[in-house]
Design a protein around this ligand. Structure first.
Ligand code: ADP
Length: 247
């Protein structure tokens, strides 16, 4: 494989829940500046891996680094400050807040919602509106989040992640439960944000999307990578078929 700049990387990362070894000594290097995909059968440890890397849960063992600097054991807000943003598999928005209010709670990741619009800097509001326009839902800014479609909530969540201006964006199943038109919009957004220099690490089950979007694919099975490379190579690897078909 051609040389690449190492972005997010782990060494021997492990996490067990009771007797279940969800992540099992995973050593992975994601390519900085690229669209990386993390795929694998259900239960192979992808979400747990994301949660360990972003500080949501503490790993039992192993190290995590970002562009050569250790972020092992750091709290989520410290990891966010290092330049890593993330979305969640089950979209996280505040259902009874408006779309714009949701954006303003995202300004400082991890902070409690600040409900008074007057307490916000005008810059934040301006930036929120720009980003809502960028994902194509600026016309919904006054709607409550619970009243917009699930796909639109996913776009809102992505716009919220962008409020912190992250260099690397981790997306957990961005296309899950989203209709084809909005999947295409999400794909276009990932492409254009990547063209502007943002790195992506995407967990996704939609293989067509993974293969059309990614530069580099890492395949997980039983808590660790079993194969990695460009989509064309990974697609034809017998270990990948075996993992998915269980033969
Ligand atoms: P994936 O995202 O690839 O579907 P997960 O990371 O969600 O995989 O799960 C990996 C394994 O860890 C599964 O066997 C799952 O049941 C288990 N697991 C995940 N989270 C928990 C938890 N909070 N408590 C107990 N077991 C868990």
């Amino acid at each position: 494989e051609t040389p690449f700049e190492v972005g997010l990387a782990t060494e021997g990362l492990s996490k067990a829940f009771g007797g279940v070894q969800a992540v099992d000594g995973a050593s992975v290097q994601f390519h900085h500046g690229k669209v990386n995909a993390l795929i694998g059968p259900n239960g192979s440890g992808k979400t747990t891996f994301f949660n360990c890397v972003t500080g949501m849960i503490r790993a039992d063992a192993g190290t995590v680094s970002y562009r050569g600097r250790s972020i092992t054991g750091k709290a989520p807000h410290r990891i966010a400050r290092a330049g890593i943003g993330r979305s969640f598999q089950l979209c996280r928005v505040f259902p009874r807040m408006t779309v714009l209010e949701n954006m303003l709670t995202a300004v400082r990741p991890g902070s409690l919602p600040r409900l008074l619009a007057s307490a916000h800097h005008r810059d934040d509001v301006e930036r929120a509106r720009e980003l809502l326009a960028r994902v194509g839902i600026e016309h919904l800014e006054r709607a409550e989040a619970r009243d917009i479609s699930y796909g639109q909530q996913k776009l809102l969540e992505l716009a919220g992640v962008l409020m912190a201006d992250p260099e690397t964006i981790m997306l957990d199943e961005p296309a899950g439960g989203v209709n084809p038109a909005l999947i295409e919009r999400i794909a276009e957004l990932v492409r254009s944000l990547n063209a502007e220099g943002r790195t992506f690490i995407v967990v996704e089950h939609n293989m067509e999307l993974v293969m059309s979007l990614s530069d580099h694919v890492v395949v997980f099975d039983r808590g660790r990578p079993i194969c990695e490379g460009p989509p064309s190579v990974v697609q034809n690897d017998p270990r990948v078929l075996e993992a998915y078909l269980g033969i």
